[in-house]
Design a protein around this ligand. Structure first.
Ligand SMILES: *Cc1c(COP(=O)(O)O)cnc(C)c1O
Length: 424
């Protein structure tokens, strides 16, 4: 019988992978005349081949048609962002009217908190995870202060209760119940960026709502990674970026979800003309009448050059057969990485990401035995042989095999190279 962790097996798994040809739709950086082994989709996804054509199309249209480009042809700029809406809704599991591509993640988080974090003296608190991505924490803390509340008492950061730094569902439940009627907002990640832990979002939304709180999700590391069903989860809002697993380029236009129950909300919002009712937007009247749904939170006419790569990228998610098909491969690919590490590198690498497939995405966060310096050494060694992971202080290497362009062979190479380094 073939060893299920052998080179032969890795080659066979790649040959049998129904999604293997999707890799050809990406531009892979080269390293010494061959493909770099790229495990960094959690930070900046690779460029879809179609992105260049989509961007050039916009540049050409601009050069030939100038202002008329807003109104001509199927790709007219006036409705360009609407082309993104249906594929984006499929990607995150929402209705098209619940999603919009706009701004950046942190800007969208602020806009969402303006509408859905409405603290009172009796109910001021925000619950988030300890060690959250710095930008989310800055946004939350500044919103608290903006409303005149004190982060020292009203920003509640739930620390890990499991070995390796992950958080149990029981701990989340206890925290939400303990805050009870003081809880205004739960802001939770779909996948925690450092540990790679994924959460039961529907359950978190249910618990938050049971206490009368609003619930929002940061899906930066979950979108394009998990088979999300954000509408079904019941969240009030969600925000994410498109440059990580959605491969839409550095600083790409971000995404935002507003549940349909808020489609016609009277809640306060920060408004701009692009969120105004479409039929009368160009009457330019003084009174703001919001477009129903997520579109109503837009401020400005969107960057068409920014949306073009997103459109190109979303076509590939559809081509793959959607997130369910991608996730099917992803679970196997990450399980292969996990099995190889456990079998061949148990003394070298500690996996801090949970082992259950439903509690993680594609990423494994690895702690290198011997401390930070050894970790840095390994990271630098891998880069020197053409394997790109990423480093998170103080001592974590994140490896994210993505089903769109990574191979079982890539995982095999990684493990071989860690062994080679250990022998040096
Ligand atoms: C990547 C990431 C960000 C980055 O914010 P930008 O506004 O896109 O610069 C914020 N929060 C989380 C959780 C992230 O993973």
């Amino acid at each position: 019988m073939t060893d299920r962790l052998s080179l032969t097996q890795a080659v066979a798994l790649d040959a049998a992978d129904p999604l293997r040809l999707l890799r050809n739709d990406f531009l892979i950086p080269t390293f010494k005349n061959s493909d770099q082994v790229y495990f960094c989709g959690n930070s900046l996804g690779l460029q879809p081949r179609g992105a260049r054509a989509h961007v050039l199309q916009v540049l050409d249209k601009w050069s030939h048609e100038a202002v008329e480009g807003h109104f001509t042809g199927q790709a007219q700029w006036m409705t360009y962002h609407e082309q993104v809406q249906a594929p984006l809704a499929r990607l995150v599991g929402a209705q098209p009217s619940e999603v919009v591509a706009m701004n950046s993640l942190t800007a969208n988080l602020h806009l969402m908190m303006v509408s859905f974090y409405r603290p009172t003296a009796e109910r001021p608190a925000i619950l988030m995870e300890a060690g959250a991505f710095s930008s989310d924490r800055h946004a939350v803390e500044s919103q608290l202060r903006f409303h005149g509340f004190d982060p020292a008492t009203d920003l509640v950061e739930l620390g890990p209760d499991e070995a390796g730094g992950t958080i149990s569902m029981q701990a989340i439940e206890r925290a939400i119940e303990m805050l009870g009627s003081r809880l205004a907002l739960v802001l939770w990640p779909g996948v925690q960026y450092r540990t790679g832990q994924a959460f039961d979002l529907a359950e978190i939304a249910r618990l938050g709502h049971a206490q009368g709180a609003m619930v929002g999700f940061d899906l930066a590391h979950a979108v394009g990674n998990l088979a999300l069903r954000v509408h079904y989860s019941g969240a009030d809002f969600a925000v994410w970026c498109h440059y990580k697993y959605v491969n839409s380029g550095p600083g790409a236009v971000a995404g935002c979800f507003v549940h349909e129950r808020h489609a016609h909300t009277q809640r306060p919002r920060f408004a701009g003309w692009w969120g105004h009712e479409k039929a009368t937007r160009f009457k330019m009247g003084p009174e703001f009448i919001p477009t129903p749904g997520a579109d109503g939170w837009q401020l400005s006419n969107p960057s068409i050059l920014g949306l073009a790569p997103l459109l190109a990228s979303l076509e590939l998610f559809d081509k793959a057969g959607g997130m369910v098909a991608l996730r099917h491969k992803s679970e196997r690919l990450t399980a292969f990485l996990e099995a190889m590490i456990r079998a061949r590198l148990p003394e070298t690498l500690e996996i801090i990401t949970p082992s259950e497939p439903q509690r993680r995405g594609c990423q494994l966060s690895l702690r290198v035995s011997g401390g930070r310096e050894r970790g840095r050494e390994l990271f630098d060694y891998l880069a020197s042989v053409g394997i790109m992971g990423d480093w998170r202080e103080p001592d974590v290497i994140r490896i994210s095999p993505t089903p769109l362009y990574n191979r079982y062979m890539d995982v095999y190479r990684l493990v071989e190279e860690v062994e080679a380094w250990r022998g040096i």
